[in-house]
Design a protein around this ligand. Structure first.
Ligand SMILES: Nc1ncnc2c1ncn2[C@@H]1O[C@H](COP(=O)(O)OP(=O)(O)OP(=O)(O)O)[C@@H](O)[C@H]1O
Ligand SMILES: [Mg+2]
Length: 247
């Protein structure tokens, strides 16, 4: 069953058209990878799905679990199960990580009509997820991402995702800036989240990540649209040949 359906999506920032008739269907349980040259619109796509206000959708449709995403606020999108791990995670000075996650989790549970987590259950879950990704207690106490190294921020994003258990996870270059051990830790974090109903959209420049997280489909995005789709072998071909033939 389709979890996310994007049909003929066009989007721009200011006068600049970035997404040009972009279409993609992601079924429940699938992992899709998108690769593409710098500036082809991969982060724009992520931001449009998450509801970033800087991007104007000029035509096309997005459905998530059959709901019209373009009519939903960014909060409603997140609460209904869409999670975006940013290419450049933002720092939130003054906002403690634990409080941030508690607020996000409780907003989601409220949206779903479920009771909030009690403090003990919350802390237990927080620690388990944090430990699995090498996030220390000291890091948990600091404001969200403030003063974290590039790789630590990426780990933090993965941790937030693992904690919030979204149904659809977009990982925008989560491998960039990670050392080899961190890449393994984070990839394992994603792999343990694999479930028959949960899907992933993984944006990456490097085939290596796909050795750790095996995608069902690989798409090549050039100039705002998908120009070729295939299986993981497409990423290997790309590694060898580059983007020259798509230009
Ligand atoms: N907020 C913005 N304001 C102005 N231009 C933007 C904005 N967001 C994106 N763009 C432009 O849209 C194009 C696509 O950018 P985007 O970040 O989506 O590319 P990308 O495929 O993610 O690239 P990279 O691989 O370098 O991360 C670029 O030319 C970029 O300059
Ligand atoms: Mg990008």
């Amino acid at each position: 069953m389709a979890l996310l359906e994007i049909k003929n999506l066009c989007a721009r920032v200011g006068e600049k058209e970035i997404l040009k008739n972009f279409s993609l269907t992601i079924n429940e349980g699938e992992i899709h990878a998108i690769m593409g040259p710098n500036g082809s619109g991969k982060s724009t796509l992520s931001n449009v799905i998450a509801g970033h206000p800087a991007y104007e959708v000029t035509s096309g449709e997005i459905y998530f679990k059959g709901l019209n995403v373009l009519e939903m606020t960014p909060d409603e999108r997140a609460n209904s199960g869409i999670f975006l791990a940013f290419q450049y995670p933002t720092e939130l000075p003054g906002v403690g990580t634990a409080l941030f996650l508690k607020t996000a989790m409780n907003a989601k549970l409220k949206f779903l009509g479920k009771p909030e987590l009690d403090a003990v259950t919350f802390m237990k879950k927080l620690k388990v997820r944090a430990n699995a990704l090498g996030i220390t207690d000291e890091m948990l106490k600091r404001p969200v991402n403030v003063g974290f190294s590039g790789g630590e921020k990426k780990k933090m994003e993965t941790f937030q995702m693992a904690f919030l258990e979204p149904d659809f996870c977009i990982l925008d270059e989560m491998d960039s800036g990670l050392d080899i051990d961190a890449l393994r830790v984070v990839s394992t974090g994603v792999n343990v989240m694999r479930e028959p109903k949960r899907s992933f959209l993984i944006i990456t420049h490097y085939q290596r990540l796909l050795d750790y997280i095996e995608p069902d489909y690989v798409h090549i995005m050039v100039d705002g649209r998908i120009v070729e789709s295939g299986d993981k072998n497409l990423a290997l071909k790309l590694e060898e040949k580059g983007y020259e033939s798509y230009k």
